[in-house]
Design a protein around this ligand. Structure first.
Ligand code: DP6
Length: 326
């Protein structure tokens, strides 16, 4: 009763922000992302009669009570589906810093869902895995799939899952992540989702998202980089406008975040294919094409406050692997 899975983070071009139902993580709007080839989580889950409680280890340590509770709640959901009562040992390793807005919950809950479902021999299709991963973390619903992925909001549990728009080989978009902070974020996304409706701008955002989803899906299918980039950049600014005008207000940016955003616009004026997007954190994701990636990476490394640049390309969806972590 043991399973090990690898899953990767994703970067959303159209972001998930705000829930219709917080408990079920039913989002207010659909979202579209690209699964990344780097930023991986590997997770082994074993259900065993030798355990008297769930034992969880993430990156070599026991997680905080809140993070642990969220993992145990997810194990409980899967156990209850198959009527299993055995406790589990979970060991998980990330190859990137967690809690800094690099979407560790997406890769983490996608890997946990697949590994636990395999250990419980649930025999689920990717669509069902995506639906279940959503209950652990919204963005994890997309990380089950590789390449370009759309999560359709849905109005009830069974209808809210992601599917693939195009495989990784369809189009090589590069995501140069400018890491400007490795501090744990002050307000977790789950709390941000709850605050979204308190922003007076939230309804305006929702009415724009529907049109943006159509434009981004079409831009992916036709490989139209300028259309994708321009919608993604405005969409990220719309997300941060909601965050800033929520009550209480969330301001994730640092001076280095803004410096990078300004540079992106300068580089674009100079003729480079580059746009930015930003999740719930200060780090900036620069979307570019293979012809510009080396120059962008070099230039980005010189911007004051950029500590590290991680270059990602489209990656595979969650997969089971043979090598267990214990
Ligand atoms: C800004 O999936 O991290 O990255 O469901 O509470 O785990 P929880 O939230 P989470 O929210 C992601 C927010 C975002 C946008 C996105 O990835 O779509």
């Amino acid at each position: 009763m043991k399973g090990t899975a690898v899953a990767r983070a994703n970067i959303a071009f159209i972001k998930y922000w705000g829930n219709l139902n917080d408990d079920l993580r039913l989002p207010m709007n659909g979202s579209i992302s690209m699964t990344l080839d780097r930023l991986r989580t590997v997770t082994t889950v074993e259900f065993s009669p030798a355990l008297t409680k769930d034992e969880i280890e993430v990156d070599g340590v026991e997680p905080s009570p809140g993070a642990k509770g969220r993992i145990v709640a997810h194990l409980d959901r899967l156990r209850s589906l198959v009527g299993e009562s055995l406790k589990a040992r979970v060991v998980s390793v990330n190859d990137f810093p967690t809690g800094v807005g690099l979407a560790s919950s997406a890769s983490g809950f996608a890997a946990l869902t697949l590994a636990a479902a395999a250990a419980l021999e649930m025999g689920l299709e990717d669509r069902e895995l995506s639906t279940l991963a959503r209950l652990g973390s919204g963005s994890a619903t997309r990380s089950i799939w590789g390449g370009y992925v759309e999560w359709v909001a849905g109005a009830k549990h069974e209808d809210s899952f992601a599917s693939q728009i195009a495989p990784p080989e369809h189009w090589e978009i590069c995501d140069c992540i400018a890491l400007v902070s490795t501090d744990t974020k002050e307000v977790a996304s789950s709390e941000g989702h709850r605050l979204a409706k308190s922003s007076p701008l939230y309804l305006a955002r929702l009415s724009q998202v529907k049109e943006d989803l159509d434009r981004v899906r079409e831009a992916i299918l036709t490989r139209d980089f300028e259309s994708l980039g321009s919608v993604a950049e405005r969409e990220a600014l719309s997300l941060h406008a909601i965050m800033m005008t929520s009550q209480p207000s969330l301001l994730y940016w640092t001076p280095a975040t803004v410096r990078v955003m300004k540079e992106v616009r300068n580089w674009r004026e100079e003729g480079h294919y580059v746009y930015f997007t930003i999740d719930a954190g200060p780090n900036v994701h620069l979307l570019t094409l293979p012809s510009c990636v080396e120059e962008i990476e070099r230039a980005l490394g010189k911007v004051e406050g950029v500590r590290q640049v991680i270059v990602c390309r489209p990656g595979q969806g969650a997969r089971l692997i043979e090598e267990h972590l214990f």
